[in-house]
Design a binder for this molecule. Structure first.
Ligand SMILES: *Cc1c(COP(=O)(O)O)cnc(C)c1O
Length: 401
């Protein structure tokens, strides 16, 4: 099909041209004496993205899943207890990974469409008088349901009970797009990947560890080799790696960090919020509901949209792709068929997002879902116009707007 595929899945996301060009480099000698001039700057500036001054960042070839594994195996031992909530496919898979590593997971099941229940976590922590819970796991942005949880709230609940457990955050679809503050929130392990907010191809697990986590490393007994923090630290301190690093992706990462810091993280978060709000206005205009049950759970990086009873969300996704070359996110696991997802993170602006809204309308109409063509587009257009950045030009008076 001519024209570009309109890619609106919540990862991999669109790679900006500046990042693509930055990766068009020859292979390089990762043991060259001047390699650290390049690599050490990445570690330094990634700390700004995670908002940590005291933590340490690790770069593994891998994906977000590898980041989960690195966080767990470097800091815990088989039999250790961790507390986690399950409210979507990604929070579920992280729990599964923990169990396969022999951890005992105290699972709090939550209706899909809600996030981490801070009060319930507080009760579990208060009841754990012997401090058997070693880690509290939070999936900051549940990509399957479009739900964002309150990491700072979990930290407060931990502090309120004086519980010494470590706090682990899956930030794969939030870090670099939704507010995240490692030091301020007392996060001990923060996990991300390259292909979502960082706008890179898949291929890197990006993990940040606190000093407390690095102390836990000393006694953690989970088997690990490829993801070993110690091997990394011994070589990273001089700017090198224990095995061949993904140098091409590192050049993309350099460009990604530069783009993010140039725009300013707070502006990046505000842009994601505004773009997401436009999608939410469209969903409202369609007369549909989000999978996220309440506004406090709304995700600024992905919206899972419920299709009416009797319709198949995955058919919307399939048709949008086959007829309009639009890639939307499928409903996963428990919400398969019930929702379709619009990913709105990374390299996006008002007009790119209108493409996804327009295409979704067309596909839904083709399947007989009663949405009015143009209704969602108009609602989003109106919102984007009203909130567009000011320009030094005369505009129509407010009354005629
Ligand atoms: C995408 C994603 C993952 C898994 O990352 P991969 O890069 O696919 O391994 C984990 N958690 C969340 C919240 C995600 O969105």
């Amino acid at each position: 099909m001519p024209g570009r595929n309109a890619l609106f899945i919540p990862g991999p996301t669109n790679v900006p041209d500046a990042i693509r060009r930055a990766m068009d480099v020859p292979m390089q000698d990762q043991r060259a004496p001047d390699f650290p001039d390049f690599s050490l700057g990445l570690f330094r500036d990634l700390k700004k993205i995670f908002k940590t001054e005291t933590g340490q960042v690790f770069l593994f070839p891998g994906s977000g899943t590898g980041g989960w594994e690195a966080a767990i195996t470097n800091t815990l031992s088989p039999g250790d207890k961790v507390l986690a909530a399950r409210f979507g496919q990604f929070s579920h898979l992280w729990i599964d990974l923990c169990q396969r590593h022999g951890l005992e997971v105290e699972v709090v099941d939550v209706e899909w469409g809600r996030g981490v229940p801070v009060d319930v976590f507080g009760e579990h922590l208060a009841a754990d008088k012997r401090h058997e819970i070693k880690a509290v796991l939070v999936c900051q942005n549940e990509t399957a349901t479009g739900v964002t949880s309150d990491v700072a709230g979990v930290r407060r609940a931990m502090d309120a009970t004086g519980h010494p457990a470590m706090l682990y955050v899956d930030g794969v679809s939030s870090i670099a797009s939704i507010d995240f503050r490692m030091d301020e929130w007392g996060v001990d392990l923060a996990v991300s990947g390259s292909q979502k907010g960082f706008m890179l191809p898949t291929g890197l697990a990006i993990v940040a560890a606190s000093q407390k986590a690095l102390t836990a490393y000393e006694s953690a007994k989970c088997p690990r080799c490829f993801f070993d923090f110690g091997d990394m630290m011994r070589t990273n301190k001089d700017g090198f790696f224990p095995y061949t690093p993904a140098t091409t992706l590192f050049h993309g990462l350099r460009a990604s960090i530069d783009l993010l810091l140039e725009e300013g993280l707070e502006n990046v978060f505000a842009r994601h919020h505004r773009l997401a709000e436009g999608v939410r206005r469209a969903v409202g205009a369609w007369g549909l509901k989000l999978c996220a049950k309440e506004a406090k759970w709304y995700s600024d990086t992905v919206s899972a949209i419920c299709v009416p009873e009797g319709f198949d969300g995955n058919a919307v996704v399939r048709l949008a792709y086959l007829r309009y070359n639009l890639s939307l996110g499928l409903g996963l696991s428990k919400v398969a068929g019930k929702v379709f997802r619009i990913g709105h993170l990374g390299d996006l602006n008002d007009l790119t997002l209108l493409t996804a809204i327009a295409g979704s309308e067309m596909a839904m109409r083709d399947l007989g879902i009663a949405v009015e063509l143009g209704s969602g587009v108009a609602a989003a257009q109106e919102y984007y116009r009203q909130t567009a950045r000011p320009v030094d030009m005369p505009l129509a008076s407010a009354a005629s707007m």
